[in-house]
Design a binder for this molecule. Structure first.
Ligand SMILES: [Cu+2]
Length: 153
C-alpha cells in the first residue's frame, strides 16, 4: 500500500514538473519570437535563384550579384547602421531558400507565398564591418553562389 502511494506521488510530481516546463517554455518562445515595435529599418528580402534582393523603406531595391573568383558582391547588400534594430521581411519568388547570417545569429526560411519576419540588433561595430549572408537551403545549380553581405555603414 505504501509503494502505491509512492507511485502516485512520483507520477504527480513528474506531471507537475512537465506542466511547469510547458508553461514556462511557452512564455519564453513567445518572448523570443516577439518583434520590436519600432525597428530603425524594415527591409524586404526577396530570395530568387540565385541572388538576394533587398528593398528598403524608401522603395529602392538592390539585387546581389556574387563573384566567386573575388569573393565579392556587387549590386545588392544589406546596408545597416551600427547599434540599430533591423527587421527583415523575408520571402521567395521561386523555390525554398533560407537566409543565414552566422555572424549575427540570424536564420530564417525564405519561402514562396509566405513572409517570415525576423528582427535583430546590429552590434555597435566599426563602420565597414561586414557579415556574410548565405543561402542554406539547397535551391539548385547556383545555390553556392547565392551569397551577399551585411555591410555596416
Ligand atoms: Cu537559395
Amino acid at each position: 500500500m505504501v509503494s502505491r502511494k509512492l507511485e502516485v506521488a512520483w507520477t504527480l510530481a513528474v506531471v507537475a514538473i512537465l506542466a511547469g516546463i510547458t508553461v514556462w517554455s511557452t512564455f519564453v518562445l513567445y518572448k523570443v519570437d516577439a518583434l520590436p515595435s519600432d525597428p530603425a529599418e524594415y527591409v524586404v528580402v526577396r530570395a530568387q535563384q540565385w541572388s538576394w534582393t533587398f528593398c528598403y523603406s524608401n522603395q529602392t531595391c538592390y539585387t546581389s550579384n556574387f563573384d566567386a573568383t573575388t569573393n565579392t558582391v556587387s549590386g545588392g547588400e544589406l546596408w545597416v547602421l551600427p547599434g540599430t534594430v533591423v527587421q527583415l521581411n523575408v520571402t521567395s519568388l521561386d523555390v525554398d531558400h533560407s537566409l543565414y547570417i552566422p555572424g549575427l545569429g540570424v536564420q530564417t526560411n525564405a519561402l514562396p507565398g509566405r513572409t517570415n519576419r525576423v528582427a535583430f540588433q546590429i552590434p555597435n561595430v566599426t563602420p565597414g564591418t561586414t557579415y556574410e549572408i548565405f543561402c542554406t537551403e539547397f535551391c539548385g545549380q547556383g545555390h553556392a553562389t547565392m551569397r551577399s553581405f551585411v555591410d555596416v555603414l
